[in-house]
Design a protein around this ligand. Structure first.
Ligand SMILES: Nc1nc2c(ncn2[C@@H]2O[C@H](COP(=O)(O)OP(=O)(O)O)[C@@H](O)[C@H]2O)c(=O)[nH]1
Ligand SMILES: [Mg+2]
Length: 200
């Protein structure tokens, strides 16, 4: 997928019921806070800081939608499971995530689940994976970030472990040192976004 243009469309919260009349094919990015999710989106869209990044976890509290190539939506969802946030806020954000995914279930063509490759998949990641695949039946690609500082054998090990945890999922490792993964992920997203409607 060649990125020709990418721009911010809007932020959405759970009160905004009217957005769902749009039906653009969409990729949604989910993950715990601070897994480099928003940075990954910037790299994918070839923008320096179109998607807001922050060293402080828990900053994103809305679904932020971006318009790509004049045709598709890429959406950054808030991080889940950030312990320091307080239970009410956390529940509100979890509610926003599931509300968004369920409301847009028919236009979402791929969920990119970003996990911290340094610590491996956490229980919250596994819960999210099961929710996405078993409850709402959306296709997922698991992306493991932060592998730059691992030795090559550690990357292989963590990838194999992640693959066993997520079973059938496609698992990619991403690194700011080697950018090969970007082309691979763009290809996956392109195929997901442009696939013909499956006949039942
Ligand atoms: N060293 C390093 N830091 C990064 C990289 N990508 C993101 N960060 C930093 O990690 C912090 C969290 O990134 P962000 O993309 O906002 O994470 P998010 O909460 O998952 O969306 C920010 O301060 C980023 O600048 C990377 O490839 N290498
Ligand atoms: Mg973010």
């Amino acid at each position: 997928m060649k990125i020709i243009s990418a721009e911010f469309v809007k932020s959405v919260s759970i009160q905004d019921e009217k957005i769902f009349f749009e039906s653009r094919n969409e990729v949604v990015f989910v993950g715990r806070s601070n897994v480099w999710k928003s940075s990954l989106m910037n790299a994918l869209m070839q923008k320096k800081d179109l998607v807001k990044t922050s060293s402080k976890p828990g900053k994103t509290r809305t679904a932020n939608i971006f318009f790509v190539n004049g045709k598709y939506h890429f959406t950054d969802l808030p991080g889940y499971g950030f312990a320091k946030m307080g239970q009410t806020m956390r529940q509100d954000l979890d509610a926003l995530i599931s509300w968004y995914l369920e409301e847009k279930k028919h236009t979402i063509k791929q969920v990119v689940l970003v996990c911290d490759g340094k610590i491996g998949p956490q229980q919250t990641d596994i819960d999210m994976y099961k929710y996405i695949t078993e409850d709402i039946h959306l296709p997922v690609t698991v992306v493991m970030s932060k592998v730059d500082k691992l030795w090559r054998w550690e990357v292989s090990k963590t990838k194999a472990h992640t693959q066993s945890v997520f079973f059938w999922a496609r698992v990619l490792t991403i690194s700011s040192v080697s950018k090969d993964w970007i082309d691979e992920l763009r290809k996956i997203l392109w195929e997901a976004l442009t696939q013909k409607e499956q006949k039942k």
